[in-house]
Write a protein that binds this ligand. Structure first.
Ligand SMILES: Cc1cc2nc3c(=O)[nH]c(=O)nc-3n(C[C@H](O)[C@H](O)[C@H](O)COP(=O)(O)OP(=O)(O)OC[C@H]3O[C@@H](n4cnc5c(N)ncnc54)[C@H](O)[C@@H]3O)c2cc1C
Length: 491
């Protein structure tokens, strides 16, 4: 796999020879993303320095009818940045300029390669932050966040990426540069901004993002509820939400993950607990004391052995570091893990978690849990050894079964990691053929030849690749689930 000499020459003229690569080692590095179960070597990688170079690169690839995709940090967990046969990867790493910060209108405009955490670091001294905080925020990019409509622990109260992006510059697959949204909220016309958010890099390549800045809370209180049963911890989640108090974050960690993080980060979680709940409340100093006391009481009423309150910012940071780096800590106890991303109605948490455990037993695999409980967004981590082919196969089956359980209780296939390559075939279990046809038709308006990130997110049932006329949007429950996911509502 390599560029044809003529194409390499043309791309080199645009980006410079250092920024066009197809050597064996580089191709190998780009063969997968965070979901290492799927791999394929790309044709080559191009590293444009700015929007202008990117447009020129896209025009060459479009003219040559080569498939291509944008890649941010490659932390995606559904195979979105995994190439197909002969796909060219366009790496966003050099587009990481901070173009503008406007504190009066509370916006920051950045290049797609800017790492999520850098945005909050940049504006925090002035009292602001960027809300979406995926646990991967030290590495993942804003371009990837937009493509996946990413969430994070603190999106329970404030919403996901689509709720914090006001405008974008986008390169369409034929090289046309368009603007969607703007510098302020509620631009007239159809919501193309909302449509591109969450389109998993299949509608266009994002080259600039206007992000909304949110004032830092006056006060944050972090509670750690300690439980001797996962079921009680799940019941406590529903009790807190039912009470009307909306925590900024409500995360559950089970005993396997507690053990892993205690081996590495040592946050001081009790090793004999079956689960801990991290509940963070954010508010004005005056109001927060009552809310915290109310949540402490609810956790105790629902079976917590104890509720601890972080004494200071250092202790809060220790708890959050353990939560956000918990996937990585799994490396201490297993060579690999496969993370699921099903989303279910919160009220079903206790029974679904029990079914997940039963699936683990059926396939003789350990399944650990650390997830955004307040959103009903599960992340069962199936631990496996990538060198054991039988275990890999059992892992695939267990993952699929877990997602089918989520669907059977009224849930959906992804809360935040996207469908990608991984869950395409399960989309037919969630949506009717008409729904999928309509989604394909919308995608074709942006990406008519499917050259940009082909075979991702939406399957094409019963199609031979030709464009069909749109069918009517059915108003069934599946369509409303899609709308709910786009608006960040847990369904
Ligand atoms: C340890 C860990 C924890 C995680 N925690 C969370 C979490 O809490 N919440 C969450 O939502 N996700 C989480 N993720 C998943 C992942 O980090 C997010 O999906 C993230 O947004 C991906 O960003 P990226 O820059 O790595 O994108 P990539 O993986 O490089 O790409 C992902 C998709 O975005 C597309 N894309 C990338 N850049 C662009 C662009 N400029 N224009 C158009 N399309 C583009 C790609 O083509 C691909 O389809 C986690 C991942 C890991 C490994």
């Amino acid at each position: 796999m390599a560029f044809a000499p003529r194409i390499r020459e043309e791309l080199t003229q645009i980006c410079g020879s250092k920024w066009v690569k197809d050597d064996e080692v580089t191709l190998y590095t780009y063969r997968s993303d965070g979901l290492t179960l799927y791999t394929k070597l790309p044709m080559g990688i191009v590293y444009p320095a700015n929007s202008e170079e990117l447009v020129r690169v896209v025009k060459v690839l479009y003219r040559e009818k080569l498939t291509f995709l944008a890649r941010g940090a490659g932390t995606g967990l559904s195979g979105g940045a995994v190439p197909q046969e002969d796909t060219v990867i366009i790496e966003m790493d050099r587009l990481k300029e901070i173009h503008d910060i406007d504190y009066i209108n509370r916006t920051i405009t950045v290049g797609p390669g800017v790492v999520n955490l850098r945005i909050s670091e940049k504006v925090r001294p002035n009292g602001y932050h960027f809300v979406p905080d995926p646990s991967s925020q030290k590495a993942c990019t804003i371009g990837g966040n937009v493509a996946e409509n990413s969430g994070g622990p603190h999106t329970l109260k404030y919403g996901v990426t689509v709720n914090h992006v006001l405008g974008m510059e986008v390169v369409l697959p034929d090289g046309e540069l368009i603007q969607v949204g703007g510098d302020f909220h509620n631009q007239p016309g159809p919501d193309l901004l909302g449509l591109i958010n969450g389109s998993e890099g299949t509608f266009g390549i994002v080259t600039k993002v206007v992000c909304r800045l949110t004032p830092n809370p006056e006060k944050a209180v972090t509670l750690l509820g300690i439980f001797d049963s996962v079921r009680c911890a799940c019941d406590a989640v529903s009790a807190v939400i039912r009470s009307g108090t909306v925590p900024a974050a409500l995360e559950l960690i089970d005993k396997t993950v507690i053990y892993a993080v205690e081996q590495t980060l040592k946050p001081g979680f009790p090793q004999d607990a079956e689960a801990v709940l991290i509940v963070e409340l954010e508010d004005l100093i005056d109001g927060i004391g009552n809310d915290a006391a109310k949540v402490e009481e609810l956790l105790m009423q629902n079976g917590a052995q104890k509720v601890e309150r972080a004494k200071d910012d250092a202790e809060r940071a220790r708890i959050w570091r353990a939560r956000k780096e918990s996937f990585g800590a799994i490396g201490r106890i297993s060579p690999s893990y496969y993370v699921q991303d099903g989303v279910i109605p919160r009220s079903k948490l206790p029974e679904v978690i029990e079914q997940v455990e039963a699936i683990g037993k059926k396939y003789n695999l350990t399944v650990a849990n650390v997830f955004h409980a307040g959103d009903g967004n599960l992340h069962p981590l199936i631990l496996y050894n990538y060198k054991d082919a039988d275990e890999v196969e059992r892992t695939h089956h267990a993952g699929e079964e877990i997602l089918k359980v989520c669907l059977s209780c009224g849930g959906a296939l992804s809360g935040e990691h996207g469908i990608g390559l991984e869950k395409r075939k399960l989309m037919t279990d969630l949506y009717s053929e008409n729904d999928l046809e309509n989604m394909n038709w919308v995608r074709e308006c942006f990406n008519p030849e499917s050259l940009l990130n082909p075979s991702k997110a939406i399957p094409t049932p019963g199609r031979c690749g030709e464009s069909k006329r749109p069918v009517h949007i059915s108003d069934d429950i599946a369509a409303s689930k899609m709308v709910a996911r786009k608006s960040g509502v847990a369904v």
